[in-house]
Design a protein around this ligand. Structure first.
Ligand code: BEZ
Length: 329
């Protein structure tokens, strides 16, 4: 008579053989993001979809949902956590709402310019912050992208930061930027990107916090004709995969997705780095009033921000050290 042990061993060999002979799993992933189809982030997502389809020889496809079609970023993160959404390109703003350590990325004047921002995002310090994501947010961080440095635009003249006092300033909805604008005595008004043009047009807000690229794409200068070039913050983005979805992918598929998505995100960083000066020149050629301000002009609000966030994010020191290394000749 065949023993139970032998039977189980035979069954498990048989099931292994069955698994080995199964064709590799194919999947149609969904990737969400808030930027419009013309934005570099969306184009990178589309390009990732094409290359993944090619490299997997048609096994995998990615449907890209731009312009917040699946909801705002907070809703997309919820969908990623349940596995209802597979992937997203998210502003680090939304990630920092879940994982306060990521608030360190928004230290005012953490970097001086877009080149330093690009180098910092590619540093080991940046990569190491992804370790926090699976447990604290149910996300796997694949790589960083970015948009341009943050500037300010208003319907009224901005000669110095004091001119912002009392204005309703549109901010991306997240705490570190709210604290910066609160320190400037403004009324920070959280609004997602797609709602900003109308809010300026109907005077719900007086000023905006924005990058050159979005100012040009959305033509915000039509509604706010005064720009203060302040370069006060960098604006990272992160490409993520749902941790629930990730667990069920083979090691080969995880490696393929990581390589291809990271390559697109690196390209996003490079595109923003290279276009920043050109876009500034384009804006300077328009019929708008432009002033400039730097770290010294914002010294008080920077100090207030530091007092709050050095407590909340221990990663600030790590990022600062990485910036120092980048600056070394
Ligand atoms: C913003 O909220 O200002 C923003 C979001 C995504 C890309 C660029 C800007």
């Amino acid at each position: 008579m065949i023993s139970l042990r032998k039977l189980l061993a035979t069954a498990s060999v048989a099931s292994c053989l069955t698994l080995l002979s199964l064709p590799a799993m194919s999947q149609d992933f969904r990737l969400g993001l808030i930027t419009p189809p013309s934005h570099h982030w969306t184009q990178a997502a589309q390009s990732f979809a094409e290359t993944l389809n090619q490299q997997s020889e048609g096994r995998h496809s990615v449907s890209v949902f731009p312009a917040a079609q699946l909801g705002n970023e907070a809703q997309m993160v919820q969908q990623l956590q349940t596995g209802a959404l597979d992937m997203a390109f998210l502003t680090v703003a939304e990630v920092s709402n879940r994982v306060p350590e990521f608030g360190a990325w928004y230290a005012p004047y953490l970097v001086d310019n877009i080149d330093e921002a690009a180098a910092l995002l590619k540093s080991e310090a940046a990569e190491s912050m992804f370790e926090l994501l699976p447990q604290q947010a149910g996300l796997i961080g694949i790589g960083y992208g970015m948009a341009g440095m943050r500037q300010m635009m208003a319907r009224t003249t901005l000669n110095t930061p004091a001119d912002l006092s009392g204005l309703k300033v549109r901010i991306t909805p997240f705490d570190p930027i709210r604290d910066f604008y609160a320190a400037l005595n403004t009324a920070p008004t959280p609004l997602p990107l797609p709602a900003v043009y109308d809010a300026l047009a109907n005077r719900q807000i007086d000023a905006i916090d924005m990058d050159f690229d979005s100012i040009l794409i959305f033509r915000f200068y039509e509604r706010a004709e005064n720009m203060m070039i302040s370069n006060h913050m960098m604006f990272p983005m992160v490409g993520v995969v749902s941790a629930r979805v990730w667990r069920n992918l083979s090691a080969d598929d995880q490696a393929m997705i990581t390589d291809l998505m990271k390559a697109e995100l690196d390209q996003v960083i490079e595109t923003f780095r290279l276009q920043e000066a050109e876009q500034e020149a384009e804006l300077r050629s328009l019929n708008i009033t432009i002033t400039e301000a730097d770290r010294d002009d914002f010294a008080d609000s920077v100090a207030q921000w530091e007092a709050i966030w050095s407590e909340k994010s221990s990663s600030l020191g790590k990022l600062r050290e990485a910036v120092e290394q980048i600056r070394q000749p």
